[in-house]
Design a protein around this ligand. Structure first.
Ligand code: PEP
Ligand code: MN
Length: 349
């Protein structure tokens, strides 16, 4: 840590900070500049936090050299995290990107879900996604079919061999959900629901953590840290766009740069969700490709057998014939890209 003292900090104030640090086993060096005294301090920041030092009289600013997300940071863990699923599918590192596709919400019609899952399997996707508990802006919108939807997901998984992803909104649902699905999703609206993060942190299941509507990259990585701190290291980050001032043509602003930035600062796998990132069907393919170019380890996309009658997010869901065309092109693109992509991700580390 570097503690910058105010221009007019008194000798007593400076000495109080130094004594406090020394009493707490920090190694301290005082640098007296022309205007400011700057104190370098090396020690354990778990109890003596920058915020605590900032409260001392005469302290202007406290700067931290290491990022506060310890477990998620590449500084401490330089190797990419690779998560392996029960059927041998791997995500992260130099493994080929994975595809997680499915409806926004699992609906009442199992045959529809099976049709979606069969198309996903046919196109080489590894995961079926589908919401059972839906975080909706309005209480009047469809809230999800809960456990029945998860039963459908499990049946579709058994029929196709796909792994399954579904969002958890309440920690009390976790024991039930763990029986049905392979990956837990924390949605954008719950990225700072710390009790929920702690609860999934205590589970032995991979977690997809979505970036919050207004999360900074640092806050996003600290949310991952909450899960990891509780013991679960199997975290997959998901960039799904952020709120900004311009929503005239897109639902969110797809922050493509966050992907290589996060890969530089964290070893965790990261996927892109252009469906929620843009809210527009026609933008899914180009943004999925853009995400893959900058090193995404996978893509999440919403697809539907009957988007016009979907209970949520029909507008951004690819109808199955379009999905098959898009996926054919993305698969070709991915194969060509793999070499370049590996070079790119190697460069940002
Ligand atoms: C979803 O994946 O269906 C979803 C609700 O996404 P987000 O949390 O990113 O809005
Ligand atoms: Mn959705």
């Amino acid at each position: 840590m570097i503690i910058i003292m105010e221009r007019n900090a008194t000798k007593v104030q400076i000495q109080r900070v130094i004594d406090f640090l020394k009493d707490n086993d920090f190694q301290v060096r005082r640098n007296v500049g022309e205007i400011h005294t700057v104190i370098d301090a090396i020690g354990d920041k778990t109890t003596i936090t920058p915020g605590r030092l900032a409260a001392f009289e005469g302290v202007k600013e406290v700067k931290v050299i290491r990022e506060p997300f310890r477990l998620a940071s590449r500084d401490r863990n330089p190797e990419d995290t690779v998560i392996e699923f029960k059927n041998g599918v791997k995500i992260g590192g130099n493994n080929k990107p994975v595809f997680m596709v499915g409806p926004c919400s699992v609906e009442a019609d199992y045959d529809g879900l099976l049709e979606i899952a069969t198309a996903a399997k046919e196109m080489g996707c590894e995961f079926l996604r589908g919401g059972a508990f839906k975080p909706r802006t309005s209480p009047y919108d469809f809230q999800g079919y809960g456990e029945k939807a998860l039963q459908f997901m499990k049946r579709a998984s058994e029929a196709t061999g796909l792994l399954t992803v579904s969002e958890v909104m309440d920690a009390s649902d976790l024991p039930m959900m763990l029986d049905y699905i392979d990956v837990l999703q924390i949605g954008a609206r719950n990225v700072q629901n710390f009790k929920l993060l702690h609860a999934v942190g205590k589970c032995n299941k991979p977690v997809i953590l979505k970036r919050g509507l207004a999360s900074t990259i640092r806050e996003f990585l600290l949310a991952a840290e909450h899960i990891m701190y509780n013991g679960n290291m199997q975290v997959i980050l998901c960039e799904r766009g952020i709120r900004s001032f311009d929503n005239a043509f897109t639902r969110n602003v797809m922050d493509i740069a966050s992907i290589p930035v996060i890969k530089k600062y964290s070893h965790l796998p990261i996927i892109i969700d252009p469906s929620h990132g843009t809210g527009q069907r026609y933008l899914i393919e180009p943004l999925a490709k853009a995400g893959l170019v900058v090193g995404a380890n996978g893509v999440m996309m919403e697809i539907h057998n009957d988007p016009e009658n979907a209970l949520s997010d029909g507008k951004q869901s690819l109808p199955l014939p379009m999905f098959k065309e898009v996926m054919t092109r993305i698969n070709k693109f991915t194969n060509n890209l793999r070499y370049e992509e590996q070079c790119l991700s190697a460069n940002v580390k």
